[in-house]
Structure formats: structure tokens, C-alpha cells
Design a protein around this ligand. Structure first.
Ligand code: NDP
Length: 327
């Protein structure tokens, strides 16, 4: 129908998202072979962008100032995922373009996975599984592992997901402390304004801050040194938050004990040096990746767009972008 708004989809998304987008919008694809031609022809009419990895994985096409330059009628960017570091939200804000993400609906799922990864890393579960499958059990039991029992756990980032992780960790009866720029409301754990001091005082560090320039390489050689030889690093935030070469070196030379990683600097490429290490647990960015939670995220991507084009405020705009009362 000619009255349907035109929308640009930056890459593959979940089938349930794509079906609804097609139902309500005229959809153009940035991952089509003739994308540049499509942009040149339809760019001036495009009012919405749908973006994010969805369940498909792989590299994300960034929504940059250069892309927005080609979309002068753009009103809204709906991002699949609570992390929207692939969208230049500040630039969107300057242009009066609303950006939405998918907060809240994935907190419990991501927190569950984080606890699983923490325990898998400390208790060496994938290594034990490999030991059994390799037929090594009859000739020798799996070596005794480190434990969560003697640890203080530090959480870097005490937002929606950090709090959900803290609630779960409290059940394990271990002391918890955290770092964020400002103390978080309503949490009972010790706040460390200084990340190095936190790393020094804990034996496991869980990273769950947003990506982007402000947190780039925040977990650097100095933090890893402070975490120390018994230390375990869990990263479920973004690969950009950890200085990956420094981490590899720290894991190789025993500066820290081990790491559990769901995210990497250059996804889906994972350094061979990490794959070759036995003291790491590596996951392909699956923290929110269950059908139930991905469906909820996908629906929120669609519902933000539908609200906007119905003349209502978007459901979950990010803090950087203005929300105009009327379209
Ligand atoms: P929130 O915005 O609710 O919380 C972010 C937290 O990080 C706040 O406590 C904030 O506190 C802190 N923070 C932000 N910037 C800094 C900084 N420069 N230094 C120290 N602390 C900082 O986000 P969510 O909890 O909803 O999500 C967090 C991130 O987790 C997402 O942005 C996403 O990138 C990642 N994520 C990864 C997933 C995966 O699949 N692996 C799944 C879901 C999320 P303050 O502002 O006071 O510093």
C-alpha cells in the first residue's frame, strides 16, 4: 500500500520481526546486493530503520552519521538489543531522530546465563565435559577445580542486568561489591567509585556495562593485574569493554586464573590465541539467546515502530534521544 511508511532493515532479523515489518512497512534491505542503489533511490523516503543482530549473529552494520546523511526523512531507529553501541545515538539525537532499544525483557535471561558462565568458568565444566568425551575418565578423574566458595564477587555495571545478577549471586552466600560511576539506588552491596580498587578486593569480576567509547578497553592490563592470579573475569557486556590482547596475555602468563567470555572485540571472529587456551570458556554471544526472550525482544522492536507511526511516544527510547510528543 502506498501509505505504508518506508523502512530500512540493516541486516537479517528474526522471522517474526521480518514478517511484521513487511506487514506494516515497505521494507528496503541494506544487506541486498544493490543496497547503494536502493539507498540512492529510496533513501529520501525512508522514515524508519530496524537494526540489530537478531538471532542470526555475525557483524552488525552500524547506524552512523554517514548512513543517516542518506536518510534525510529518518524519524526513528529501532534497535534489537538493550545495547545500542552500533547506533550513533548522540548523532541521532542531534538530528531529532529517536532511537529505541529493548531493555528489561532480557534482564533475567542474561543474568541466568551470567551465573551459568561464572560457575562453568570457575568449576571448569566445559573442560570436564571434554575430559569425559575424550575417554579420559577411566584412567583418571578430572582434576579438582577452583571454587566460588572462597570468593568475593565484583560486578562492573549495576544497572538493570547488574542488579538481576546481584539478586541471583546473593543466593550463593558470597560477598558482593560493584563499580559504576554513581552509586546505584536500592542495592545493599559496597560501591567502589574506583575500578582498580574493586578489582584488587575481589576474586571474580563480572562485566555488564554498556559498550561504546566511554567504556572502551575499561578492563585493561592494570585492572587484570589488580584482579590477580586467583582472579576470574566474566564478560557478558561487549567485547570493546575489555582490552582483548591484554586479556590474552594475562591468561597466558597467569596474571589472572581464567575467563568466561560471551562477547568479543571483532565478532564473529574470535582470536586463535583464545581458542587455544584451556583456562577460558567461550560463548558465541548467547546471553539473551532463548526463543522466549528473543521473541520478547523482537516484539519490542516492532512495537516501538508501531507506536511511533500511530502517533504515540515510543515505548523504550534511549536516554540520548528526544521524544517528540507529536509526529
Ligand atoms: P543499564 O543502562 O541499566 O546499566 C548500565 C550500568 O553500567 C549502570 O550501572 C551504569 O552506571 C554503568 N556504567 C555505564 N557507563 C559506565 C562507565 N563509563 N563506567 C562505569 N560504569 C558505567 O544497562 P543494562 O543493565 O540493561 O545493560 C548493560 C549492557 O549489557 C548493555 O548495554 C549491553 O551492551 C550488555 N548486554 C549484553 C548482552 C549479551 O548478549 N552478552 C545481553 C544484554 C545486554 P553509571 O551510569 O552510574 O556509571
Amino acid at each position: 500500500a502506498p501509505d505504508r511508511p518506508e523502512l530500512l532493515q540493516t541486516g537479517p532479523m528474526m522471522a517474526m520481526v521480518e514478517a511484521q515489518l513487511k506487514q506494516h512497512f515497505t521494507v528496503h534491505r541494506l544487506d541486498a546486493p544493490d543496497a547503494e542503489q536502493v539507498l540512492a533511490e529510496a533513501g529520501p523516503r525512508i522514515r524508519a530503520v530496524a537494526t540489530g543482530v537478531g538471532s542470526t549473529g555475525g557483524g552488525v552494520r552500524r547506524v552512523t552519521a554517514a548512513l543517516m546523511d542518506k536518510l534525510p526523512a529518518l524519524e526513528i531507529v529501532s534497535n534489537f538489543g538493550v545495547g545500542y553501541d552500533a547506533v550513533d545515538a548522540e548523532e541521532a539525537g542531534r538530528r531529532g531522530v529517536v532511537v529505541t532499544n529493548t531493555p528489561g525483557v532480557l534482564d533475567d535471561e542474561v543474568a541466568d546465563l551470567t551465573i551459568a558462565l561464572l560457575l562453568a568458568t570457575i568449576r571448569r565444566l566445559p573442560q570436564a565435559d571434554r575430559h569425559l568425551r575424550a575417554g579420559k575418565w577411566p584412567s583418571g578423574g578430572f582434576p579438582l577445580s577452583p571454587t566460588l566458595r572462597d570468593r568475593t564477587v565484583g560486578i562492573v555495571g549495576m544497572g538493570r542486568i547488574g542488579k538481576a545478577i546481584g539478586r541471583r549471586l546473593a543466593g550463593f552466600g558470597r560477598p558482593i561489591a560493584y563499580h559504576s560511576r554513581r552509586p546505584a539506588e536500592g542495592v545493599p552491596y559496597a560501591h567502589y567509585p574506583d575500578l582498580i580498587a574493586l578489582a584488587r578486593d575481589v576474586d571474580a569480576l563480572i562485566v555488564i556495562v554498556p559498550g561504546g567509547p566511554e567504556t572502551n578497553n575499561m578492563i585493561n592490563a592494570e585492572v587484570l593485574e589488580a584482579l590477580g592470579p586467583k582472579g576470574v573475569l566474566i564478560n557478558v557486556a561487549r567485547g570493546s569493554v575489555v582490552d582483548e590482547p591484554a586479556l590474552i596475555k594475562a591468561l597466558q602468563d597467569g596474571t589472572i586464573a581464567s575467563a568466561g567470555l560471551d562477547v568479543f572485540a571483532d565478532e564473529p571472529n574470535v582470536p586463535e590465541a583464545l581458542i587455544g587456551l584451556d583456562n577460558v570458556v567461550l560463548l558465541p554471544h548467547v546471553a539473551s539467546a532463548t526463543q522466549v526472550t528473543r521473541d520478547a525482544m523482537g516484539q519490542l522492536v516492532v512495537d516501538n515502530l508501531l507506536a511511533w507511526f500511530a502517533g504515540e511516544p515510543p515505548l523504550t527510547p534511549v536516554p540520548e534521544t528526544p521524544v517528540r510528543a507529536t509526529v
